[in-house]
Each structure stands twice: as C-alpha cells, then as structure tokens.
Design a protein around this ligand. Sequence first.
Ligand SMILES: NC(=O)C1=CN([C@@H]2O[C@H](COP(=O)(O)OP(=O)(O)OC[C@H]3O[C@@H](n4cnc5c(N)ncnc54)[C@H](O)[C@@H]3O)[C@@H](O)[C@H]2O)C=CC1
Ligand SMILES: N[C@@H](CC=O)C(=O)O
Length: 357
Amino acid sequence: MKQINLIIFGIGNVGSTLIKQILEQKDNITDLQKLDIRIPLIANSTHVFFSDALTGSWSLDFEKFSEPYKFQDIIDFLQSNDFQHTIAIDATASTNFVKHYAQLIEAGCHIVSANKVANTLDIEFYKKLRKKLKEHNRLFLYETNVGAGLPIVETVQNLHRSGEKIKKIRGVFSGSLSYIFNKFSESEAPFSDIVGQATEKGYTEPDARDDLSGKDVARKLLILARELGLTLNLQDVDVESLVPSNLNGKTTLNEFKARISELDEPFKQKKQSQTNDVLRYVGELDVKTKQLKVELVSTSKASPLGQLQGADNIFEVYSETYTERPLILQGAGAGKETTARGLFTDILKISKQIAHA
Ligand SMILES: NC(=O)C1=CN([C@@H]2O[C@H](COP(=O)(O)OP(=O)(O)OC[C@H]3O[C@@H](n4cnc5c(N)ncnc54)[C@H](O)[C@@H]3O)[C@@H](O)[C@H]2O)C=CC1
Ligand SMILES: N[C@@H](CC=O)C(=O)O
C-alpha cells in the first residue's frame, strides 16, 4: 500500500468536485489499486485547512477551521511532514500561483494542473519549469488544460513522440463558447443571458472575458503547439476577440458584468446576417506555417462543427496518416464533473507511476 498525499489549491467548481470524487472513490482505490489517497491540505486564495482525514463535511470544516496563510506556510508544512509521495493540484486560474510551482517541486511535489497559465506564460518560463521538473525527477500532468476531460493532450503527445507528423489541428476548443453559440443559435434569448447561464453552469473561466476575448482558446492552441515543439508565445496567436475594447482592458469584472447587455445587439445582428446556419468559435493550428488563429465562423448545421451539442468540443487532427479524414476527438469540453475526472485521472497516472518506481 502506497500513501499518496494530495495538496489541493483552488476549491471552486473544479477543486471541490475533485474532492467529492476522490472521497467517493477512496475505498475502491485502496482495495483495487493499493493506493491510500489522502488530502492533508486544501486551500483557496486566502485560507488553508490542514486535515488528518478530510470527510464529506470538508466545506463546513473549511469554513470553521481554515486559517489565513502565506505560501511559505505550505512549504513549512511539507517540510515538517516529510511525506513520501505528494502531488500538488492546481485547480485555480491564478497567474500568481503558478510562480510557486518551482518551490513546490523543490519541496518534492509532483504537479497536476487544470490551470493553463503555467503552460502559456513566456517560453522561458515554460522551459525553466521543465528543467526544474527534470532536475528533481518530478512529474507534471495537465490533460485538462485542453478539452477538459477529453484525452487530447496525451493523444497529441503520443502521436508526436512516436514520430507521426501532425500537420494541422482544428476545432472548437471552448466548452463555454460552444454552449453559448449552441444556445444562441437555437433560442431568442439575449446573448448576455446565455453567457450568464454558461457561467452558472461552471463552463466559463472565473472572468468570462477570458473566454469571450478568445484568450482561453488561444492558450489551448498554444499548449498544443508547444507540445509539437513550436516555441511560440501567446502574442503569436491571431485572435478575433468577441469583447469590444471598451469592455476589456481597464474595465473591472463587475463593470463588465453590469454592462454585458451591450453585447446583445451586436450579436443579434451577427446572428441575423450570417450566411450559414450556426455560429462557431473555431481554433486552428497550422504546424508548417506556425500559424495559430481563433475566429468566429458561420457554418452549416450539417457539418461536424455545426452538429456540436451542449458544451462539446471537437478536435480534428490532420497528420501524415490522418490526411483526408482527420482523427477526431469529441465530447464535453467544459464542466466541473468532467474536468475534475480528468484531474483525477492524471493523479492516478502519477500515483501508479511513482508507486511502481
Ligand atoms: N470549469 C471548467 O469547465 C474547466 C476549468 N478548467 C480550469 O480549472 C481551473 C479552475 O476553474 P473553476 O473551478 O471553474 O474556477 P473557480 O473560480 O470556481 O475556482 C477557483 C478557485 O481557485 C482559488 N484561487 C485563486 N487564486 C488562488 C491562489 N493564488 N492560491 C490558491 N487558490 C486560489 C479560488 O479561491 C477558488 O477557490 C481554471 O484554471 C480553469 O481554466 C479547465 C478545464 C475546464
Ligand atoms: N472556460 C473553459 C473551461 C475549460 O477549459 C472553456 O470554456 O472551455
């Protein structure tokens, strides 16, 4: 029996669902996989809760017993406990938090992340992180960075590592925008109401402008491009933003929320003027030309992109083997359950690897 300690940062939609899934599966995993999974620490942006044994009432315990913390408290906790196997889970959307990855690795943690920031900061940060992981013999998995629980990152990595030349990846990379345009195309509701629904369902980023501006899709394209060895940066992605500049930039999130209905009329007009059946927000990565672009397109309802339902993503991978007809991955591309399950899968992959090392 190997003991695996998870320290979880971010207990919002995804983090709290992950805790629920782990607690539900804990006994099965102990019996079948001989892994004793424990969660000795959970934290949000301000408070941490140290626990001997997290139970189903963890959120009440967190409210009552959590305490304000500095990041050094986490490192001190790891050093004083000297756990044999620790995995740090990043279920935040924080840029500040990823700057602590190096310290976590030095303190012995492997990392599993849903947060796309570490993989999309400048290429120097990206390379340094991988060097640090190598020096300390630690693992970093981030399948949920693209397509939530869909295994697109691993598929692209496997094809690339086995020498398959990937030429193009195209598709709908955003679960929230998939949901938004599916609903918007089929209903009379104003655009802003549908964005609100996507946020309520947990599909959007904490700041929905990260989705609407195309930044989230740009990040996903960049993550796949870097897997293929392209040393590009976020600025290299050509993005058609859906947020007018007067609501982006210096506008606070609360101001944006108060004024989001300003998007209703322009989107109504876009819908009325489209030449085809449905709107789709499409990402494309052309490996040869190193061009990454994100744009709103009007497409036939009968096409694979047009047939998407709910918050589904679709990824079409064109390569030397998959030339005429691409390899296709399709399914829910956002949502707390599917994303948490993706994190859980990454945790088990690392656990098995370290348990058998
Ligand atoms: N919701 C979805 O469908 C998917 C989400 N993701 C990613 O999962 C991550 C989390 O998303 P949600 O759970 O929806 O967000 P959320 O807003 O519901 O939760 C974020 C959590 O992170 C915490 N946090 C923020 N800064 C922190 C810091 N510096 N240290 C510790 N905790 C911090 C917040 O207090 C909150 O508990 C994001 O990076 C998102 O891109 C990835 C795939 C799908
Ligand atoms: N906000 C993202 C969530 C997953 O990464 C999306 O809409 O796809």
